[in-house]
Design a protein around this ligand. Structure first.
Ligand SMILES: *Cc1c(COP(=O)(O)O)cnc(C)c1O
Length: 387
């Protein structure tokens, strides 16, 4: 299979792009090069690999594969999604400012507000449902716009193209956390973003067995800067994890089709359910940014958040613990369906007032709809919602 993956369709790319038979044995699957170092003929003379923090052959194949999924020229894999984000923020200097959303993954908010704010980087957490709101926060120190869409957990949609127009006009960087949408549903680089970040832990890995992150870009200079930070700071994943993700990617398109199918069925079922006060899913025509979602995404995914009618924290915990098929756990994007209580689990690090202002109330549950048979998931929901 040639390296020219740009002409392939998504499913073919997921299976083939970046992956070549092993040159020494013909192994069709990339071997796990479980080694820290590589023998050199004489100092500096080697086969392109010197020390595995800088470059490992299993990871190198995965980086090509993930880049191909986003139609990007360059890819880097990190030991977690947070490690990937950390590298992007390390491109900044004290005094620089970042404009970001007010409905972020809890860990992203924690890293911005509790780690990088201490290094003199200022973050503005703003409503991004209207991209033009960004203009109100741009000043001479602004360097980066960091967006997440759909947002976690309230499934707001941010207009990537509109953000890219603003960032280009002011010579800023636009980075998009594309974890929820995946490259199957949305490609931010094609809409003008400079950097795309993934928590590979979620849909790309897809089997709840690996923690990993990735960054992709088309810009050689950005890539060089990120690669320098990657090697210097060292948040690099191991070859075994790289192998597991390479295996996961081969079914990404199949899994995403089923996540979308199940997600749609369940979202419509829940929207008519008497125990539900509010439901968040970008595929409803009355979702405030439905038209943007339709334009920039190829489907609406399997992430759904619900607010339980009239329930307090304790009663919400009871419902959350009543599922038989759906597991109560943090994380998302795996083959198995999960339910999560954002206020005390994924978003616990956000102060109560900030969290509730963003709609993350105590009686909210977030569902990551897996690829099980939808009838079993519907029956499980029906039963659990009685509690
Ligand atoms: C999970 C997640 C992250 C963090 O990724 P890790 O792999 O857990 O470090 C960042 N953004 C979003 C949207 C996530 O869901």
């Amino acid at each position: 299979m040639s390296n020219d993956y740009s002409k392939m369709k998504f499913g073919t790319k997921a299976i083939h792009a970046g992956v070549e038979p092993d040159p020494t044995t013909g192994a069709i699957m990339t071997p796990i090069y479980q080694t820290s170092t590589f023998v050199q003929e004489s100092p500096g003379v080697h086969k392109g690999y010197a020390y595995a923090r800088g470059k490992n052959p299993t990871r190198a194949v995965l980086e090509k594969s993930i880049a191909a999924l986003e139609d990007a020229k360059f890819g880097l894999c990190f030991s977690s999604g947070m490690g990937a984000m950390d590298a992007v923020i390390k491109m900044l200097r004290p005094g620089d400012e970042v404009i970001t959303g007010n409905d972020l993954y809890g860990g992203s908010y924690r890293m911005f507000s509790k780690v990088f704010a201490n290094f003199g980087i200022k973050f503005h957490y703003i409503d991004l449902t209207e991209a033009s709101n960004i203009n109100n926060y741009i000043n001479a120190n602004t360097k980066l716009i960091w967006i997440e869409t759909p947002t976690n957990p309230t499934m707001q949609i941010v207009d990537i193209k509109a953000c890219a127009e603003i960032s280009k006009k002011h010579n800023l960087l636009l980075a998009v956390d594309n974890t929820f949408a995946t490259p199957y549903l949305q490609n931010p680089l094609a809409l003008g973003a400079d950097i795309v970040m993934h928590s590979v832990t979620k849909y790309i890995g897809g089997h709840s067995d690996v923690i990993m992150g990735a960054l992709v870009t088309n810009d050689e200079q950005i890539h060089a800067e990120l690669a320098f930070i990657h090697n210097s700071c060292g948040a690099t994943p191991g070859p075994m994890d790289s192998f597991l993700v390479l295996r996961g990617i081969k079914t990404l398109h199949l899994r995403m089709e089923k996540h979308c199918y199940n997600g749609e069925k369940i979202a419509h079922y829940l929207s008519n359910h008497p125990a539900i006060e509010k439901i968040y899913w970008p595929g409803f025509e009355d979702h405030p940014n439905y038209n943007i979602a339709k334009r920039q995404m190829r489907g609406f995914g399997g992430m759904i958040s619900i607010v339980l009618k009239g329930k307090n924290l304790e009663q919400t915990f009871k419902t959350a613990s009543s599922f038989q098929v759906i597991s109560l756990a943090e994380s998302l994007g795996g083959v198995e369906s999960l339910v999560n209580h954002p206020a005390t689990m994924t978003h616990a690090s956000i102060p109560k007032q900030t969290r509730e202002a963003a709609g993350v109330v105590d009686n909210m549950l977030r569902l990551s709809i897996g690829v099980e048979d939808v009838e079993d998931l519907l029956a499980d929901l029906e039963e659990a919602l009685k509690h």
